[in-house]
Design a protein around this ligand. Sequence first.
Ligand SMILES: Cc1ncc(COP(=O)(O)O)c(C=O)c1O
Length: 448
Amino acid sequence: MTYSSPRRDAALARLKAKTSRSAAMRPHAEQLLALEAVPTFSLPTPIYIDRALGATMTDLDGNDYIDLAMGFGSNILGHRPPEVEAALIAQVGKCWHTVIPSTPQYDLAELLVDAVPCAEKVVFTNSGTEATMYGMRLARAYTKKEKVAVFGGGYHGTHDYALIQEDPKSQRDAPSAKTIGLGIPASVRDETMIVLPYRDPAAFDIIRKNRDALAMVIVQPVQNTTPFIDNHDFLRGLRDVCDECGVLLMFDEVVTGFRLAYGGAQVYYGVTPDLASFGKIIGGGAAVGALCGRDALMGLFAQPGSGGVFSGGTFNGNPISMTAGAATLRLLKERKDEIYPGIERRSARLASTIAEHCASNGMGVTLMHAASIQCIHFVDRPIRTFRDLHPSNRAAEEAFYIFLLDRGVLLPGFHVYFLSAAHDDAMIGRLETAFVEALDECRADGLL
Ligand SMILES: Cc1ncc(COP(=O)(O)O)c(C=O)c1O
């Protein structure tokens, strides 16, 4: 559905006028790609990026934007931090893909084992998707049970098991499962997965009831689109019930890893899972994933053909991703006492400015944040879980992204966005102004 309102239409016309090179690129992209890897379709007008530095991206037409996509949260230090760039350049001068092991893999593994409580051993992948897939396979092999439980509202990537979601039409405290999109066998949904209600103790009884079939529970310590941070009791309760039932617990730390704290959510909450998946930040902006866990579990991975759990991939542990990741984690480790509190303070400042503006003007908008994760929802009701995010005020939401873009702020249009260490106080000031003005424009257009 396309919306129309006077200010929104004028802002969109201004944007189109200054992005003609990007617009010219779009038919070419459409001709070649069944789906753009990172879709421009969520933007109100095509924008193709030419270069990026710090918290700023520059498009083909030379327009600068404050980047709030930040590589979907991968670039916690901003784009091209000098130390990471220098490490990459040095590595490129040596080799960038060998298959036969090269040393950067051990540097990154050592940093992970050192920082992540559950990590005694690591297996690298190219994405978070592969890391959660291997975690599920490993849990099934170790426990000799077949089912894995996920929580409603969570996201674990794009493999078939990960695309099982809570059916929002089902009962809140006893949800049923549905597949997301076409092509996923119903048997995956019905025979291998269970969906649990997030942040709800009713989940613990479902785990108890299914203990004989359940290999593992996988949970995002903080979910992407409802980033509640007060999950201490819930995660502790989950750990206890999994121990009681002989069910493994895996944290999907693809987003929370090295974001909530150096080491991840398991450090922040003081709850240690059996397995954890990582991605995003630990690749320093290069393609990466990792599965970490206790030795007893990880020891089941074995060479293909030798009877263990299969893992492999042409580019797993490649020197470029490993180097970018190790350089990023070294920097985070050295400066963690300044970087993490700094991001949290600036993120809280932006969130509270917007929340106060919305509350004092009666705007039906909710802003949520946890560390550098932020989410803006155009809903006028209390949010308890992802189910409360729909329906939303789509007309205001779409106009809001246009008004922000018109002010040089690129928010990916998926509700969730990320700050980084490169979003300094001055930039937060610019973001506050842009957000407030964009919301006021929505109101002036009669949308809020
Ligand atoms: C929590 C979580 N797990 C897994 C994934 C999948 O990671 P990737 O996109 O690297 O496959 C994502 C991606 O955003 C994620 O947010």
